[in-house]
Design a protein. Structure first.
Lengths: 303, 352, 416
């Protein structure tokens, strides 16, 4: 029971990171139907930005009190903002021209952008894993006999807060309504006077900023980052988005947590080498029996 | 030198596409075939034919995936799994691993059948899914298969893979370490595959695929059994991949899980999109271009730069260059280098 | 019909073009030999090359590039020992395709080295399964190949290795400057036991090097009276090893053994041991963990690794190498930079000796023979080869970490 809880908590924390990345996938897919393969690399980019900001601030170890709040806020917001800008630039330069092209053309472009980003990061910070300062102290609380670290709570807390904020934004603001309208029918939305370019830009801005948040959080949580991390994390996050029902914000969240938990339990019960096999096998089964994903009723309905 | 082969082959295929006259086209292809057949008489460089045979294997893979993605419009992101199944079939049945030494030619058929079988097993429950979900299911399958080969160490040699595979033989003469025999096998298989692909495209089945690709709902109402038709595309596409896997394994005399990662599936999809999905010459060109870039130009980027008097280390920039090429081609020719006439019309139609 | 005639001409010129190229190549070689008779001081005179085949892009770049740089540094430094009128060049080809090391691309690279008559030896590859694909090809061509890092036993010894030499069973062309898995694994087991560890939890990265090393450690550790609590493998493409480490925590080992290299999870596992409460448990691995501190910094303390050489701090060549590497590339050496340096040094030394007093361009067979008779001091210790191509050096050193810096503990002499 004790180990079960420990694995569950670990899985939820891991899932929080997948969930944050999955939000970006699901939004972009919901709006323009593109599997944005470069999104995982934007996540890594986020951790690199955060690392650079922290280094510039002179942070190399644990922070406390006011410095903790201020520096973490600067790094977090900075990474999110820079990633958001990167996402907008990618959309503008690589995807916009292809909006009316055959469906798979932007997919290949996305793969190309992913390679470019990976290479740029490799040259920027070197080909080996890079240490990330342990900024956030990690005192733990005992919950039912299992130690839950502050960093784990940070990961999960941020993921949940981001999702709620995103839901509120999409359902209660003009811009959010424009996004939903664009997702449902781009042409009709345009006729209703919605600026499509702006809306898509906004989608990329928010999605990439969330990946930036995920990048920062993963840096704090794992205390290391690597230019190639985005490949694996992106693949699983996309899987999470599909599992939850692509286009659906709550679904991406649920999918992310589930993938994290499945991965954790599979490692525990079947051994690490079977964890990916288990994740993907469950994914296939879910899709066979529930083709629209777990939360099929999509906010961004494209069916 | 190797560039000449690639560039001429690409030029001939592109040139042929522009010819309006069907007979001239055929003559052109026959001449290309004859030139390729006679090449080893004049040039006995193993390295060249090694790369050409590799290119041929990718042409085969691209032709196979084209049936699934290009003809039937089903996005398959795990095609490398069938390639792996073909390769491991040869490795397990023609090596010291289980002391089975079945002949290469028999295994070509067996592996094709085997891969098709797996295509059906995967396809049967999943082909009713909407396109995007199918993409993810195949992606998952593509992740699982090499991982299983890696984990079942007892049977598959684990991450080490299986080595020292039997050399194929032709009427008692072993292929040995040379690459030219494999080159001929690949040429023959490509000829067959192209013939087969054209016939399929123009068959009843081919027209059904195209109907599904354009509008599945309408196709169903026209009385097409969409599931069966899609399943056929999946199985046939997989069987091409199985064939390619056997030749690949025999030529390398080794299989290991890292040869069949997700990146390989992505590479083959890129070949299709780049060349022009659904169009057979386009797909061939796409495969040739990417093999040229990936297997010839990039590994030798430093040497090429050095001969041009540039002493830059490109080793660190492969991914960048490759990515930039993909992006550039897509931005300027989103429909691919050689789109089929039908596709062009569809696009035109969609745009208006 | 006019068009098809034009194509026929293209096709024919393709064939004859190919023919011309090969004759052209022969001509170059003959000219070179002709020049031998009357030595000229032309700097570009005779170029001899060492081919380098390593994974240089994608995830494998994390180890491949520093390995390549080690080899290139050796080639640059050996330049001064090359006989007058010769230029020694290194030519590096990438064996990863789309970011994954690829045996097929390795073979393709090696074949292109073979077709270039100036290439007299090959350094590489990095991965054991790439080596398994390449060895039959270099064996058939009689080209010397020196591996910096491939450790799988069955590349040199046993029936599998004989299969690799099918084309030329009596000729061994493959050599390696690193030790084998079995030697290193059994030394590690002895070290672990002598440090007083009894209960080991073994993890490997599910790659050839890591898996084989862990297998051997498991066998010998048990034979030496230790207990192996459990054995686990890592998944690809993940950053999270905490769930695995929670299992380890529950098993209560006094040492965690890792088969693999820092970048395939070795570094992250050490760091994450601290976050699940295993920070005080010892951690051990092979030479793949030599650069552990680059990821784990001070958290590397309490970890151990081996190198298949006498203590490097006592070898002046090692210090000089580390310094020169830093000066040239402005970065620290990677886990196999020194091995690659040694491998390229062996190749260059063999070529130089094969040129010898005669001054003629040596044959590849002559280079293979000189590699086999190598006796050379390198940054990783003195190197000579047995008849299988393995190093004869039986010394392995144990290192630990203090304040994020490695320190020498002691060495062991294996009975071979």
């Amino acid at each position: 029971m004790h180990e079960f809880l420990a694995q569950l908590i670990n899985g939820i924390s891991l899932g929080g990171i997948y969930a944050l990345i999955a939000l970006g996938y699901t939004m972009v897919y919901g709006i323009i139907g593109l599997i944005n393969f470069a999104h995982g690399d934007v996540y890594t980019l986020g951790s690199f930005f955060a690392l650079t900001i922290l280094t510039a601030l002179g942070v190399s170890g644990e922070l406390h009190g006011v410095a903790l709040v201020v520096d973490v806020a600067i790094a977090l917001i900075g990474a999110a903002l820079l990633c958001g800008i990167a996402g907008v630039l990618i959309e503008r330069l690589a995807y916009r021209r292809l909006r009316n092209a055959p469906r798979l053309a932007p997919l290949i472009t996305a793969i190309g952008v992913s390679f470019i980003l990976e290479n740029v990061m490799q040259i920027w910070k070197g080909p080996s894993p890079v240490p990330f300062p342990a900024v956030v102290p990690n005192p733990s609380v005992m919950i039912a006999g299992v130690a839950v670290g502050a960093q784990q709570m940070l990961v999960v807390g941020l993921a949940v807060v981001m999702m709620v904020a995103l839901q509120l934004f999409i359902h209660n603001t003009r811009l959010g309504r424009a996004m939903r309208a664009t997702a449902q029918d781009r042409d009709a939305a345009q006729l209703m006077g919605i600026n499509i370019n702006k809306t898509i830009m906004l989608t990329f801005l928010i999605g990439s900023a969330l990946a930036g948040v995920a990048g920062f959080v993963s840096g704090v949580y794992y205390q290391s980052t690597w230019f190639f991390n985005g490949f694996g994390a992106g693949l699983k996050a996309f899987t999470a988005a599909v599992l939850g029902g692509i286009g659906n914000i709550g679904g991406a969240m649920l999918g992310g947590f589930l993938i994290g938990i499945i991965e954790s339990f599979a490692t525990w019960k079947f051994g690490g080498q079977w964890s990916n096999v288990t994740v993907f096998a469950i994914l296939i089964l879910v899709l066979v029996f529930r083709p629209s994903g777990l939360l099929g009723e999509a906010v961004f309905d494209r069916a | 030198m190797i560039y000449a082969y690639f560039l001429i082959a690409i030029a001939v295929v592109i040139g042929a596409q522009r010819l309006p006259d069907l007979r001239a086209k055929r003559v052109l292809f026959l001449l290309l075939g004859a030139a390729l057949l006679c090449a080893p008489i004049f040039d006995r460089n193993d390295a060249t034919f090694n790369v050409l045979a590799d290119a041929g294997i990718f042409v085969l893979l691209a032709l196979g995936l084209n049936i699934v993605v290009g003809f039937a419009g089903l996005l398959d992101l795990g095609y490398a799994a069938f390639f792996a199944i073909g390769a491991y079939t040869y490795a397990m049945m023609a090596s010291p691993q289980f002391n089975l030494h079945l002949p290469f030619w028999l295994l070509l058929f067996l592996a094709a059948a085997f891969a098709a079988l797996f295509g059906i097993i995967l396809g049967a429950p999943t082909l009713r899914l909407r396109g995007d979900y199918l993409a993810i299911v195949t992606l998952g399958f593509g992740e699982i298969v090499p991982q299983i080969f890696q984990n079942l160490t007892k049977y598959t040699g684990g991450p080490n893979g299986i080595g020292a595979l039997d050399f194929p033989s032709f009427f008692g003469r072993s292929f040995g370490q040379g690459t030219i025999p494999y080159y001929y096998v690949v040429l023959a298989l490509i000829a067959l595959a192209v013939f087969f692909a054209y016939n399929l495209r123009d068959s009843r089945l081919g027209r059904a695929w195209m109907a599904i690709r354009e509008d599945e709902l309408a196709a169903r109402h026209m009385g097409i059994n969409t599931t069966a038709v899609k399943l056929a595309a999946f199985a046939l596409g997989a069987s091409f991949s199985g064939l390619a896997g056997v030749v690949f394994a025999a030529k390398l005399s080794l299989v290991s899980p890292d040869l069949f990662q997700f990146q390989v599936s992505v590479l083959i999809v890129s070949m299709l999109v780049l060349g022009g999905m659904g169009n057979i010459p386009g797909v061939v060109v796409g495969a040739l271009v990417l093999v040229l870039v990936n297997n010839v130009v990039l590994p030798q980027a430093n040497t090429i730069a050095a001969t041009a008097g540039l002493h830059v280390d490109f080793g660190n920039y492969h991914f960048f260059i490759y990515g930039a090429i993909l992006v550039a081609i897509m931005l300027f020719k989103p429909e691919g280098l050689l789109p089929s006439r039908q596709r062009k019309e569809e696009l035109h139609h969609a745009a208006t | 019909m006019r068009i098809s005639a034009a194509v026929a001409i293209i096709a024919l010129s393709a064939c004859s073009g190919a023919n011309n190229a090969s004759t052209a190549k022969n001509t170059t070689t003959t000219t070179t030999t002709a020049v031998t008779a009357a030595p000229s001081p032309a700097p570009a005179g005779r170029v001899v090359k060492i081919g380098i085949d390593l994974p240089l892009s994608g995830g494998d770049a994390s180890v491949g590039i520093s390995t390549e740089q080690g080899a290139l540094l050796a080639i640059a430094q050996m330049q001064k020992s090359v006989p007058r009128g010769y230029t020694l060049q290194g030519e590096a080809l990438d064996d990863s395709v789309q970011g994954v090391h690829n045996p097929e691309q390795g073979v393709s690279n090696v074949r292109s080295f073979i077709s270039d008559s100036a290439v007299l030896a090959v350094v590489g590859p990095y991965n054991s399964n790439v080596a398994r694909a390449e060895i039959p090809v270099t064996n058939a061509a009689g080209m010397a190949q020196i591996g910096p890092s491939v450790v799988a036993d069955n590349l040199t010894i046993g029936p599998d290795a004989q299969q690799l030499r099918r084309a030329n069973p009596s000729l061994n062309t493959f050599f390696r400057v690193c030790t084998t898995d079995s030697r290193q694994g059994s030394a590690l087991a002895q070290f672990a036991r002598s440090l007083g560890f009894k209960h080991a939890y073994i993890i490997d990265d599910n790659e050839t090097y890591g898996l084989d090393l862990a297998d051997r450690f498991e066998k010998d550790f048990t034979a030496d009276g230790g207990t192996v609590l459990a054995r686990d493998h890592l998944a690809k493409n993940t950053q999270d090893f905490k769930s695995l480490l929670l299992k380890v925590l529950a098993a209560k080992p006094d040492i965690v053994f890792f088969g693999g290299v820092t970048s395939t999870g070795g570094g992250l596992i050490r760091k994450q041991m601290f976050s699940v409460g295993l920070g005080k448990t010892a951690y051990m691995g092979g030479d793949g963990l030599a650069d552990l501190a680059t990821v784990a910094a001070a958290q590397a303390d309490g970890s151990y690794y081996t190198l298949a050489a006498p203590d490097a701090t006592r070898l002046p060549s090692a210090q000089a190498f580390v310094k020169a590497y830093r000066a040239k590339y402005n970065s620290d050496i990677g886990p196999y930079s020194a091995n690659a340096y040694a491998a390229a040094q062996v190749a260059a030394d063999a070529i130089i000796r094969a040129i010898g007093k005669s001054g003629a361009v040596p044959s590849r067979a002559a280079v293979v023979a000189r590699v086999a008779s190598t006796k050379l001091d390198t940054p990783i210790g003195p190197i000579s080869f047995d008849k299988y191509g393995d190093v004869t050096n039986p010394v392995l050193s144990l290192y630990g970490f203090k304040n994020g810096q490695p320190y020498f503990i002691r060495q062991i002499q294996l009975k071979l």
